[in-house]
Design a protein around this ligand. Structure first.
Ligand code: MN
Length: 293
């Protein structure tokens, strides 16, 4: 008997703040909507009370994963070595925080900042980025944390836009605790097909974001989400499947600009979340994988 699919939700669906009240609202909302897992964005991994957050999620019986990202001033893919060094410190801070929270992984756009690219990275900058990811992966391994590489669309990064590029990056890093993380919103822009991208990631695939083309209600946009569910089930994927959605009025201020969140595509967190959990479960069921058992 296979274990239930770990269907999760990005914490910012419910609250982007970092107070104990925000954490309680995230935990209660995720549980009420039927999720078993919450993804906690650490952002620059500063100002998060790990104990308070961990207890809030544990109180609702929820598992937890962590994501993080670079900033303009701390970016491991930067041309300026000092900025890259600051990025390495950010990454190590995030790895330690993920470990303190009991997360099995730290994933996301760990290789660069969102929305800032003007050109592809130079060979030197890319090589340094790979070296830093390799060193960080070794530290993460000691902490029991797997790193995830999430390719994002061309408007958000120039380092990795496709599953094939992410898989190549993981192969270059060449550490066992590094995986590919795919996101349907970005796949919908950059990939030929959902199945093709899942195939490109192959056995490196370890994390999935289910997100619509407009980052709102699942099934109401142009992303081929059933194609993604079919491919995941066909390849025997058993990792986390996490709902990600953003809307302007509920986003952290530092994300609105890089993610271009200019309008509200949804207003009720509870409603968009319940709908998403059912949509993912039904899509997996239709693909032949019973998610609850
Ligand atoms: Mn994502």
């Amino acid at each position: 008997v296979r274990p239930p699919v770990r269907i999760g939700v990005h914490a910012f669906v419910f609250a982007a703040g970092r107070s104990a009240r925000d954490y309680a609202r995230v935990a209660a909302g995720a549980r009420a909507a039927g999720f078993s897992l919450v993804e906690v964005p650490l952002l620059d991994a500063v100002g998060i009370a790990a104990g308070v957050l961990r207890r809030a999620l544990e109180a609702e019986g929820l598992g937890l994963t962590c994501s993080a990202g670079m900033t303009a001033a701390a970016d491991i893919s930067a041309e300026d070595p000092a900025v890259a060094a600051a990025g390495e410190q950010l990454l190590l801070r995030a790895v330690r925080l993920a470990a303190a929270l009991g997360s099995p992984c730290l994933t996301g756009v760990l290789y660069g900042p969102l929305g800032a690219a003007r050109s592809p990275p130079s060979r030197a900058a890319r090589a340094r980025c790979v070296d830093i990811l390799r060193r960080s992966a070794r530290t993460a391994q000691v902490e029991g944390v797997t790193l995830g590489i999430e390719p994002v669309n061309r408007y958000e990064s120039s380092v990795a836009n496709t599953a094939a590029q992410a898989a190549a990056l993981v192969a270059e890093i060449a550490e066992p605790n590094v995986m590919v993380h795919l996101d349907a919103f970005h796949m919908n822009i950059e990939e030929e097909s959902m199945a093709g991208a899942v195939e490109d990631a192959d056995d490196l695939l370890g994390y999935v974001h289910v997100a619509e083309s407009h980052r709102g209600y699942l099934g109401t946009g142009s992303a081929d989400l059933q194609g993604l569910f079919d491919a995941l089930v066909a390849t025997g994927y058993e990792g986390p499947i996490v709902f990600e959605a953003f809307t302007r009025s509920r986003s952290a201020g530092e994300l609105a600009r890089p993610l271009a969140l200019w309008r509200d595509v949804w207003t009720s967190a509870g409603d968009v979340a319940v709908h998403a959990e059912r949509f993912i479960a039904a899509g997996l069921e239709r693909a032949g994988r019973s998610p609850r058992a």
